[in-house]
Write a protein that binds this ligand. Structure first.
Ligand code: PGA
Length: 254
């Protein structure tokens, strides 16, 4: 049995973008108005509401970049999943390496956030990836296995879970793993998913690659088996860069 996974181009704007940048979303929505792939943009939280209004009726959807696991309460500066959903988000990135590093988030924190997102009906985009030292010590697959068992909730399905494999050393550096290295990790992730959740769920979860995806390397990366799309940082900030990446994914979708 073969279950088609709908490909996903996800943009993570990180701490970039103001009201003036919403035109990027308008351009993407017009250019890809009949896209055969899913397109998700995760702008900074203050833009979520207006971004969701801009993309309404288009194939684009909007997501958050982080969430708090609690429903509400005394957590200054944090955002609950219900607030994200209320602002029009349908997804949220959790466990990005910048959060894991800058905010000391551990696997159990990431899992709690993902659980909260799934319980609210949001899709959790859970980020995994090894550091350069871990890769050089040949520990990549052990690190990925540990992050998967620690960060991914038991109630995961193909609808509420997306995994983004993002080698930390490839994020924002212009360095990209070889297609063999990407294929090895993506194949490993698929096998681990199957072992834990069974073949049906494993076949339906999208596994994205992230880290220095650009218009020039997108097609090559999208041809790697088990790569179902990309999580794109820098190159998602302008339609000029992100649109050709989406187009490469549309071409890979056939
Ligand atoms: P990058 O970031 O595309 O700028 O390397 C990717 C990410 O952190 O999601």
């Amino acid at each position: 049995m073969h279950i088609m996974r709908r490909k996903l181009a996800a943009g993570n704007w990180k701490m970039n973008g103001t009201h003036a940048d919403l035109g990027t979303l308008r351009t993407l929505a017009e250019t890809h108005d009949t896209s055969p792939v899913d397109i998700l943009i995760c702008p900074p939280a203050p833009l979520l509401d207006r971004a969701a209004q801009v993309v309404e009726g288009s194939p684009l959807t909007i997501g958050g970049q982080d969430c708090h696991p609690a429903a509400s309460g005394a957590h200054t500066g944090d955002i609950s999943v219900a607030m994200l959903a209320d602002a029009g988000a349908t997804a949220v990135i959790v466990g990005h390496s910048e959060r894991r590093t800058d905010h000391n988030e551990r696997n159990d924190d990431v899992r709690a956030k993902a659980n909260a997102a799934m319980a609210e009906g949001l899709m959790a985009v859970i980020c995994l990836g090894e550091s350069l030292a871990e890769r050089e010590a040949s520990n990549t697959l052990d690190i990925i296995a540990g992050q998967m068992s620690g960060s991914i909730p038991d109630l995961s399905t193909g609808e509420n879970l997306v995994i983004a494999y993002e080698p930390i050393w490839a994020i924002g550096t212009g360095k990209v793993p070889t297609t063999d290295q990407i294929g090895e990790v993506h194949g490993f992730i698929r096998t681990r998913l199957e072992r834990r959740f069974g073949a049906g769920v494993a076949r339906s979860v999208r596994v994205l690659y992230g880290g220095s995806v650009k218009p020039a390397n997108a097609a090559e990366i999208f041809a790697v088996p088990h790569v179902d799309g990309a999580l794109v940082g820098g190159a998602s900030l302008t339609a000029e860069d992100f649109s050709p990446i989406i187009a490469a994914l549309e071409a890979a979708a056939g």
